[in-house]
Design a protein. Structure first.
Length: 396
């Protein structure tokens, strides 16, 4: 089980990852948490947060008591919540910070409830009546810099009145909302999951491999593109597993689970990678996966091969070159010892070397046999000519 540092689980995206790609890391519709709080471009959704808070707590007759219970609980965990963010100071007083946690937390809970239970929706709700708003909200809620602690969400979830006909846990509601990003049916049961730090971390858990890691010398971080592997005798096939990172190599077969490419893919992977690079004690599983896929997909022919094997499923029908550029844009450098697939790459290199030696020995053997055969034919022909010559001269 992976142990991520609870403190500073949300950090700023490393400067080297931004490089003019701020729109992939900064919210466009709603601010969650302190990093983008109060930005002018995000103020429109602040009114909706208040409406969602009112709708959520008003489902119980004594809404004021519910509100007071929430505020009291948030004040008790304020220090823990502040420590959740990176070391830079959060320039907010206690009241402002608690209000932000209350508004943002209740907004997320109500959004999940209204998404799951259609009868709760109002016709004038901009989250559901505005074109593409749900898409933008999902994008904003998976940004590393746009998170609140999951324990805050759980705390509020157990204090606010949840509709009686809702029998789902907070985690189940979240997974339903993000079903376009992950296969909910393949998500491990709650008792087998590590502690969830925030919504992005919840999604990341689906991308963590469940297969044991192949031992590695810590030197190999490279494999050939998919078409080269295929031509060298390695069969590239679709794996049964639904966990994208459960890639394995056995008996000359590289088995890769399907990956569905959608409108969220780049933003999701960029922020998962940013999380792994910036959060203390965080493994590099998703980063390693992105590196491996970039190496496999160097040309449109590689994309076509993985598409034909149903390893890549692209609902947007992008050109092969676009998919190559997508994975190329995710590239980052990591220490070879942190590369999760180092052992797998070493296995394939050993297999290719053996295959090449067998191929070379076979060719040498065939060439030797051909030369020996030619030599014997030459000797036989020479002997035949000499015999004929001898017979002709003997009977003259």
């Amino acid at each position: 089980m992976e142990l991520i540092s609870v403190s500073h689980s949300v950090c700023r995206v490393p400067e080297e990852l931004l490089k003019g790609n701020e729109e992939k890391y900064f919210p466009s519709s709603v601010s969650i948490g302190p990093f983008h709080h109060g930005k002018a471009v995000l103020r429109v959704m602040e009114d909706q947060k208040w409406r969602y808070l009112n709708a959520l707590i008003s489902r119980r007759p004594n809404s004021e008591a519910t509100l007071e219970s929430c505020v009291r609980a948030l004040r008790l965990t304020e220090h823990k919540a502040r420590n959740f963010y990176s070391t830079e100071s959060i320039n907010m007083g206690s009241d402002q910070f608690v209000e932000m946690m209350l508004l943002d937390g209740c907004f997320i809970i109500e959004l999940f409830l209204v998404y799951a239970i259609k009868s709760l929706r109002r016709r004038d709700d901009p989250c559901f009546s505005t074109n593409n708003m749900l898409f933008h909200l999902r994008c904003d809620l998976i940004l590393l810099e746009n998170q609140v602690p999951f324990f805050i969400l759980e705390q509020l979830f157990h204090l606010v009145p949840i509709p009686k006909h809702c029998h789902m846990s907070l985690t189940e509601l979240a997974l339903l909302f993000f079903k376009k990003l992950i296969d909910h049916s393949q998500f491990p049961p709650e008792i087998f999951r590590p502690e969830t730090h925030h919504l992005l971390d919840l999604i990341r858990q689906h991308y963590l491999p469940t297969h044991p890691q192949v031992p590695s010398s810590g030197r190999q971080t490279h494999i050939d593109p998919a078409t080269h592997l295929q031509s060298s005798g390695i069969q590239v096939e679709k794996a049964i597993s639904e966990i994208p990172s459960n890639i394995n190599f056995f008996h000359g077969k590289l088995k890769i689970p399907s990956l569905e490419l959608h409108g969220y893919t780049e933003i999701l992977f960029r922020n998962l990678i940013a999380m792994e690079l910036s959060v203390p004690k965080c493994s590099k599983h998703v980063t390693s996966y992105a590196i491996l896929m970039e190496q496999l997909l160097r040309t449109k022919e590689d994309v076509r091969l993985l598409g034909n094997r149903v390893i890549l499923i692209d609902g947007h029908e992008r050109r092969g070159e676009e998919i190559v550029l997508l994975f190329k844009s995710l590239h980052v450098d990591i220490n070879a010892k942190e590369f999760y697939y180092g052992g797998l790459c070493e296995q394939m290199k050993v297999y290719q070397t053996r295959k090449r030696h067998i191929h070379d020995r076979t060719h040498v053997g065939i060439a030797g046999f051909c030369l020996a055969t030619l030599f014997l034919v030459f000797l036989f022909t020479a002997a035949l000519i000499l015999a004929c010559y001898f017979l002709l001269h003997h009977f003259q």
